[in-house]
Design a binder for this molecule. Sequence first.
Ligand SMILES: NC(=O)c1ccc[n+]([C@@H]2O[C@H](COP(=O)([O-])OP(=O)(O)OC[C@H]3O[C@@H](n4cnc5c(N)ncnc54)[C@H](OP(=O)(O)O)[C@@H]3O)[C@@H](O)[C@H]2O)c1
Length: 437
Amino acid sequence: MSEALRVGIAGLGTVGASVARVLAEKASELTRQCGRPIAVTGVSARTRGRDRGVDLSAAQWFDDPAELAAWDGIDVFVELIGGDEGPALACVTAALEAGHHVVTANKALLARHGLALAKIAEAKGVLLNYEAAVAGGIPVIKTMREAMAGNAVTRVFGILNGTCNYILTRMEAEGISFEDCLKDAQRLGYAEADPTFDIEGHDTAHKLAILTSLAFGSRISADDIYMEGISNITQADIRAAGELGYRIKLLGVAQRTESGIEQRVHPTMVPTASVIAQVHGVTNAVAIETDILGELLLSGPGAGGNATASAVVGDVADIAKARPGFQHGPVFGRPVKELTPYKKARMRTHEGGYFIRLTVHDRTGVFAAIAKRMAENEISLESIVQHANGANTESQKTVILVTHETTEAAVRKAVDAVTKDGHLVDKPQVIRIERAA
Ligand SMILES: NC(=O)c1ccc[n+]([C@@H]2O[C@H](COP(=O)([O-])OP(=O)(O)OC[C@H]3O[C@@H](n4cnc5c(N)ncnc54)[C@H](OP(=O)(O)O)[C@@H]3O)[C@@H](O)[C@H]2O)c1
């Protein structure tokens, strides 16, 4: 039997404790699969005495995770602290510099510092594995990095945040407001006390930034992501979407276009019959569209101790299986120096269909005036209806428009013109429609 792979785990919270437990409970199975045992030799967290639900007495304790990262008693450093700066950045850097392989679930860290860290990993000839950082337990990184060689990706999109999908699913199923749904999600532990990071799209954006780099061989550029969250989605939108044959999902989408690569996170209408529309609750899904394969959809648990630990343990097992002299694949699918600068496509050039919901004064001629503004901007309408379920009163009416393929610039111009005409009683709602199989 070969020598054990020695693992140091920093962070023993939801994910870290689950990883330690899975490594202990599945020790013999993992040994058989990897051809050698995996031993946790060192651990670090903030609070030393805390019960983690797993016996860690055989592992050496480190108050400072950076010290564990550089310790010569490990071969692999597993970072499960979180955060894009501070201890996580310091200890992952220290581990790579020390020539240790690294496994992390930290999307924020990779979205910000992924390239710099990948550079160190390449220079040191070690692996930086991060399957759990995108869509939790779904093996999307491995699929894109290893199983799709030769495929040219044209678009990758997904439901990458369980909290948002849970809220949208319940809003639709139970007819309750965004605010009530969010409160319930917080009570049940599906949403953080400060939910901004999830519901305004930041979490989805971090994961998307990583997927974009893998898909298009471009440098990670998390600051170039167009972002809208779900807090403005109302029951009126959800009902109107349903009647038109759509469902609203918060999607992260990266797409190659003539003017560059689009990276966008926003509420999106997808056809109710599409596969991604059937992904409910906290479940995540990633669709990858390529020239050879067509569209592939992976779905499964995107968070939670066990699901995330499954991905982390898979990454550790890959390292245990690798033999000396084995050539590691590049961190983001190609060597850092071959990643191209990210060429941003401006959101105004985005092309697609649009759903527009307008609450208007109930006056003669408003309908015709709206249609005229659309025509002036060369927007062809699939439908324009006065909507029965909107905020209709004696003095105001809801008008719903669905456009054929047009540009974001045209839609913004037309909606601005309608607003300036003084027909609106409320802020206009614009939701992009996404093609999905
Ligand atoms: N939770 C999920 O479902 C999930 C899914 C996918 C990815 N992730 C990612 O996995 C990572 C961990 O998430 P989590 O949910 O497990 O977080 P968590 O439950 O908050 O655990 C964080 C752990 O880090 C430790 N820690 C914090 N500061 C430290 C420091 N300065 N030195 C040493 N240890 C420190 C904490 O110690 P104490 O326990 O002593 O306080 C705790 O054990 C994050 O990057 C997250 O984005 C999580």
